[in-house]
Design a protein around this ligand. Structure first.
Ligand code: NAP
Ligand code: MG
Length: 491
């Protein structure tokens, strides 16, 4: 039978003091008023002469205008990529390709501070996250795949790995530079050329990456970066000379893409939505687990496909975990994403704020017990307080659907069989977390949870050598590691 762990004294003292503001400087940031399309190594105006604005979601200020690429621009980018593929890139020895990729990695490191600040300004995530996670990981993806460029024959012995051609790559707004790195680095290492489209609300670091690529001397047309809306993405997917589509984004758009490529020879990988279970057993190190819950759902505004958005706590420790979690939520600093103390930054856009607010309303109307931290929110910009729903059941929409915000749905369980059943009982299968003192329990669960990535006694840890990808409606194909080469090769 489950036993109830004793509660320790409440730690109220931390709510009585505050950090002084510690904003990261943006003095060194140089943004153009207007950005054109990066096609064939040059900046080209969009044929329709249309531009749209990208904003800072923390201040609602306009940061720059970026080009809205139409079908003709997509065609020009694909032609450039095709020609670079045939004339230069596919013929270049792997060791030479590797040198360019290394150079890009080093240049990302050199410009790390600038890239982190722009990532935070354009997308709203905390500077701590862009500085410590997004930008270093983006550089390490380029470093890692640079190393594979001349070793493909060793990765796949006796199988004659050959590139596919032009890769059309479409990425979301939650990790703009990192997702660009996940896509571009393995494609180049394998000898493919690229047309990449960043998300509408966060195009700036991809455009800065285009500057880096230009400065790196990469042959013209090997990487083309074009901005635009969903229809630009669709034009890439539907272009007859694209050989491979790599998409990261929502399951709904993933479905559209899968239909669009059905019956063509195009290869496709889809990295889609998630609704991860974070599972805390009674024998877990509770304080660490609470930190893992917070890291999994709040530090990143819940804007992570693998966010630990469903919490399962074993009954004996449920009260203790919830009490400690609420205490910890009170200490979270929500606000200016450029402040180095900020834990929870801005929601990426007004539309996403609306989505999250709707789900909070749905959770309340569904009868779940609602709790939010009591922090003040900035007057301007898009922010949400860290939110909890307790006593939810499997059928609640806030348990089944991806919210993509700092909203956690909590359930309890008694047995390992029960938690496996509940954790698997959703359409998604991207990631999960397990917190326990027993290695045997970890291995038991990892074999039975239908999730592509399972963290044990930690959460949201990434490394370029480790493959990442989903089961079920979370998509298919793997990015990262040796597995991440496979989608870009014919063997
Ligand atoms: P989204 O709406 O699906 O958009 C993703 C990208 O696709 C954007 O660049 C978007 O352009 C473009 N797009 C929109 N409609 C398209 C169409 N019909 N054809 C081709 N491209 C189209 O997703 P999001 O809201 O940006 O990102 C959040 C989602 O991404 C979440 O579901 C999250 O779980 C998922 N995600 C998954 C992973 C993973 O590795 N599994 C990683 C990160 C995020 P616009 O921006 O112009 O609309
Ligand atoms: Mg923006």
């Amino acid at each position: 039978m489950a036993t109830q762990k004793k509660e320790g004294p409440r730690l109220d003292f931390f709510s009585d003091w505050k950090y002084s503001p510690a904003p990261e400087s943006k003095e060194h940031i140089r943004l153009n008023k207007k950005y054109d399309l990066f096609i064939n190594g040059k900046w080209q105006k969009p044929t329709g002469s249309k531009y749209f604005a990208t904003h800072n979601p923390a201040t609602e200020e306009k940061l720059a205008e970026v080009a809205d690429a139409g079908e003709k621009d997509v065609d020009a980018a694909v032609q450039a990529a095709r020609s670079a593929y045939e004339k230069t890139w596919r013929k270049m020895p792997g060791r030479e390709r590797g040198k360019y990729i290394y150079r890009i990695a080093r240049m990302i490191q050199e410009r790390a501070r600038e890239l982190s600040v722009i990532e935070t300004m354009d997308g709203g995530k905390s500077i701590r996250e862009s500085r410590d996670i997004d930008v270093p990981l983006a550089a390490s993806h380029f470093f890692y795949y640079a190393g594979w460029a001349d070793k493909l024959d060793y990765a796949f012995p006796n199988r004659k790995p050959t590139p596919l051609g032009v890769a059309g790559q479409i990425i979301p707004w939650n990790f703009p530079l990192l997702m660009a790195a996940w896509k571009i680095a393995p494609a180049l290492a394998c000898g493919n050329t690229v047309v990449l489209k960043p998300a509408e609300t966060t195009p700036l670091t991809a455009l800065k990456l285009a500057e880096i690529i230009q400065d790196s001397g990469l042959p013209d047309g090997v990487v083309n970066i074009i901005t635009g809306a969903g229809k630009t993405g669709a034009a890439i997917v539907n272009h007859p000379h694209v050989n491979k589509v790599a998409f990261t984004g929502s399951t709904d758009v993933g479905r559209i893409i899968q239909k669009a490529v059905a019956g063509t020879a195009k290869r496709v990988t889809l990295e889609l939505g998630g609704k991860a279970a974070n599972i805390i057993f009674e024998d877990a190190a509770i304080d660490q687990a609470v930190e893992g819950i917070v890291n999994g759902i709040y530090f990143n505004q819940g804007h992570v496909c693998c966010a630990g958005s469903r919490l399962f706590v074993q009954e004996g420790v449920a009260d203790l975990v919830i009490r400690k979690l609420k205490d910890r939520m009170e200490t979270l600093i929500v606000g200016d994403p450029l402040d180095k103390n900020t834990d929870v930054g801005a929601i990426n856009s007004k539309q996403q704020l609306q989505v999250i607010t709707n789900y909070i309303q749905i959770g309340k109307e569904g009868g779940a017990e609602f709790y939010q931290s009591s922090c003040e929110l900035p007057k301007k910009g898009y922010f949400v307080r860290p939110t909890l729903f307790l006593n939810v059941s499997q059928s609640h929409r806030i348990v089944q659907e991806e919210i993509f915000g700092p909203v956690l749905a909590v359930q309890t369980f008694r047995t390992i069989e029960e938690v496996i059943e509940k954790a698997n009982n959703i359409p998604y299968g991207l990631s999960a977390g397990v917190w326990t003192d027993k290695g045997s329990k970890i291995f038991n669960l990892t074999g039975k949870l239908r999730a592509g990535v399972i963290w044990a006694n930690t959460y949201n840890k990434f490394d370029p050598t480790s493959p990442f990808g989903g089961y079920k409606e979370s998509g298919f194909g793997r990015e990262g590691g040796v597995h991440g080469l496979l989608p870009y090769l014919s063997l």
